[in-house]
Design a binder for this molecule. Sequence first.
Ligand SMILES: [Mn+2]
Length: 321
Amino acid sequence: MIRKILKLIKKYDEIVIARHIGPDPDAVASQIALRDVIKNTYPDKKVYAVGVHVAKFKFLGQLDKVDESKLNNPLLIVVDNPNTYRLDSVDVSKYNDLILIDHHPKEDLFDMATVTYVDESSSSAAQLVADIILSSKLKMNADIASKLFVGIVADSDRFLLGYTNYRTFRTVSRLLKDFKIDMSKMYEKLYTRPIAEVKFQAYIATNLTITENNFGYIILDEQTIKEMGVDSSAASNMINDFNYIKELLVWSFASYDAKNKIYKVNIRSRGPIVNEVASDYNGGGHKLASGARLTEKKDVDKLFEDLDLQCKKYKENNHEN
Ligand SMILES: [Mn+2]
């Protein structure tokens, strides 16, 4: 598979690298590292990492704006995203070949792709991109390695989450051994946050409703988000910080995004499978880390009810915690 991927990269002169909307560090790091390593190896190729720019991730590098109609038979590479539905800034139908590098459960892009490198047991897309690069002659450098390191650290939540295994550490070990990565500098870029976010976290902890089935939930409305001096993505950024809390089996935050008139719902689990529940609400993601975007508050309430039920079933199946 890797050989086929490298062959396609070699063949095309113009390459577009895309990822999901509402990007996280793994998505952005993966696409930028891949762009830079291809450019580094083949200086004559035109390679674009596309998608909406996020100020917070500027330290990972600049993204490219591209007019797809002006490209000449380009190759599309999608990282960290399994479906067309959440694809940012590209139209798959405009490409003859598609490479998919991902760690999500298979969706429609898997069937559309020419070659896939999909491993649901990988901690991150960045881990897969690093594995491809490290097993090839693509020219990595310290800057590219640092970005891949950030992607792996962020998606595994500092090696705390499931799917962190010996392969994760093997890849990270090779990145650290072969390239000079300033870890504390990277942690500082990734984790420094304003006190307002810490206070917001305390607000969530204080106001979270916890059911007898150990489901914790909260709806954060426009007013609250504004008063706390944070933005609508703040809650989703701290959802992992509520892991390993004794009373919580599944926890979910719904933040109202006033600009897009949508509830962004994040869901995490320490056991019950949640992405199947979210998929009934147009959501997706991983078994234990999932989310959905809903326009109606009553659907948020219904999703919460279903998640509570999922916890109940889980506990009944002798998984008493
Ligand atoms: Mn990811």
